[in-house]
Design a protein around this ligand. Structure first.
Ligand code: ADE
Length: 379
C-alpha cells in the first residue's frame, strides 16, 4: 500500500466515481487509434521487455523523457540484462546515475535487480504482490510493468494520467491527497481497455505528454475532447487541482575545496562518501559544514567547531576567506544555498575521515550535481 492505493486484480471493489454520461468504449477506441498514429518511437517501446520497462519507468520518475533517454541508453548498454545490473557495485550505478537526481532511485533499482535475481530467478514478477517486494517500485511502476510489458489488465496512474482523468471526468478532487488518489485510480480502472491494456495505458500517458499538457492543452487535436467535461466547461487549464504546495525551507551548506599534494605526485583534493539518512546517500562530497536553515558569516564559519575539526585533520592549512563559488540548488523540499571556499594544505593527518584523491581522478566518483556546479564555477 502506498498513497493508500494498491493494485488490485480487475474486479470492482469500490464504487467508481462520476463516469456516468461518458461513453467509455468510445473514449477507449479514440485513445487507441490516436496512439497508433501519434505515439513517439521511444526506445523502451521499440524493444519491450519487463526489464526495459522497469529501467525506463524508474529513470522517468521526476525526469523528462528527453533527459531520461540518454540515461536509458547508458543503462541498457552497460547493463544489458537484469543479471548485469544485479552484479554491479553501488558506486558504478550511482556514477551512471549522476546528474539525474533523486539518487535513491538508482540505489533501489540495483537492489530491485538483486532481488529479481535472488528471489525470482531473474524474471521480473508478473503479479502486483511480487512487484511489491521490489524497492522503489510503487503503484505506478507496478501497473506500468504489468500492463506495458505483460499486457495484463491493470491500470496505472502517473502525473500525466491524473491530468487526463481529472479533465476528462471533470474531477475536482485534489490529486495530492490519499482520498483523491483513490478516486483517480478508480477512474483509471473504469476507463481501462482490458482488451488492450498496454496500448491503452501508454495512450493515456502519451496524450498527457503531447496533447493534454499542463499549460495550453491542444484540445483542437485531442481525440477525446468531444467527451471531455473540463473542455466543455472551459476549465481544462484549471484542472487538476492540488491541495497544497509543499513548503520549501532553506538549507545552508559550506563546502571546502581542500587542495593538497597527493602521494601520486600531482595535486590532490579531499572527498568523502555520504552516509545514510539524508539526501545523496552513497554519493561523494567535499568537506562540508551545514548550518541548517540559517546562514552564517565567514567569521562565524571560522569559529565553528566543525571548521576547527576540519583544520585539525590537515597539515599546515591556509584558509582563503573569499568564496570561490556560490550556487543555489532547488530540491523538492529544500532551497540549498551553497558556498565553496578554498583551503590549501600540505598534507592530511592519518586520523582524517577524508579520502585524498588525485584531482584528475575526480570524474571517477559520483558527486551530486550541486558539487559539480560549484566546482565548474570555482574561480
Ligand atoms: N513518462 C513516464 N513513463 C513514460 C513512458 N513509458 N513513455 C512516455 N512518457 C513517460
Amino acid at each position: 500500500m502506498r498513497n493508500g492505493v494498491s493494485l488490485r486484480p480487475m474486479k470492482k471493489t469500490h464504487p467508481t466515481p462520476s463516469t456516468e454520461g461518458i461513453d467509455l468504449r468510445d473514449v477507449q477506441r479514440r485513445l487507441g487509434s490516436w496512439y497508433d498514429e501519434h505515439a513517439r518511437a521511444l526506445p523502451w517501446r521499440e524493444d519491450v521487455s519487463a526489464y526495459h520497462v522497469l529501467l525506463s519507468e524508474i529513470i522517468l520518475q521526476q525526469t523528462r523523457v528527453d533527459q531520461g533517454m540518454a540515461y536509458y541508453h547508458r543503462f541498457t548498454e552497460r547493463f544489458p540484462t537484469v543479471h548485469d545490473l544485479a552484479a554491479a557495485s553501488e558506486d558504478e550505478v550511482l556514477l551512471l546515475w549522476q546528474g539525474l537526481g533523486y539518487y535513491s532511485r538508482g540505489r533501489n533499482l540495483r537492489r530491485a535487480a538483486q532481488i529479481i535475481v535472488s528471489d525470482f530467478g531473474g524474471e521480473i514478477p508478473r503479479t502486483p504482490e511480487g512487484l511489491s517486494r521490489l524497492p522503489g517500485v510503487g503503484p505506478y511502476t507496478r501497473g506500468a510493468i504489468l500492463s506495458f510489458a505483460y499486457n495484463l489488465p491493470y491500470p496505472t496512474v502517473d502525473g500525466n494520467v491524473f491530468r487526463v482523468l481529472s479533465r476528462l471526468f471533470g474531477t475536482t478532487d485534489p490529486i495530492d491527497t490519499t482520498q483523491g488518489a483513490r478516486i483517480y485510480w478508480a477512474l483509471a480502472e473504469a476507463l481501462l481497455d482490458t482488451a488492450h491494456p498496454s496500448r491503452h495505458n501508454q495512450a493515456v500517458i502519451e496524450l498527457g505528454a503531447l496533447c493534454c499538457t499542463p499549460r495550453r492543452p491542444n484540445c483542437t487535436e485531442c481525440p477525446i475532447a468531444p467527451h471531455c467535461l473540463a473542455h466543455r466547461a472551459g476549465i481544462e487549464e484549471e484542472l487538476p487541482i492540488k491541495q497544497g504546495k509543499t513548503k520549501v525551507l532553506p538549507r545552508f551548506m559550506y563546502y571546502f575545496l581542500v587542495r593538497l599534494p597527493h602521494a601520486s605526485g600531482g595535486e590532490g583534493m579531499l572527498i568523502r562518501r555520504r552516509g545514510a539518512g539524508d539526501i545523496w546517500q552513497g554519493l561523494y562530497e567535499l568537506p562540508l559544514i551545514e548550518t541548517g536553515e540559517v546562514g552564517i558569516t565567514v567569521e562565524e564559519l571560522t569559529a565553528h567547531p566543525a571548521f576547527c575539526e576540519l583544520l585539525a585533520t590537515l597539515e599546515r592549512p591556509t584558509f582563503h576567506p573569499t568564496p570561490i563559488a556560490t550556487h543555489a540548488h532547488r530540491l523538492s523540499h529544500r532551497q540549498i544555498q551553497a558556498t565553496l571556499f578554498l583551503l590549501e594544505a600540505e598534507g592530511i593527518r592519518s586520523t582524517s575521515p577524508y579520502l585524498s584523491i588525485p584531482t584528475e581522478e575526480r570524474t571517477a566518483y559520483a558527486f551530486p550535481v550541486l558539487i559539480e556546479r560549484l566546482l565548474a564555477k570555482a574561480k
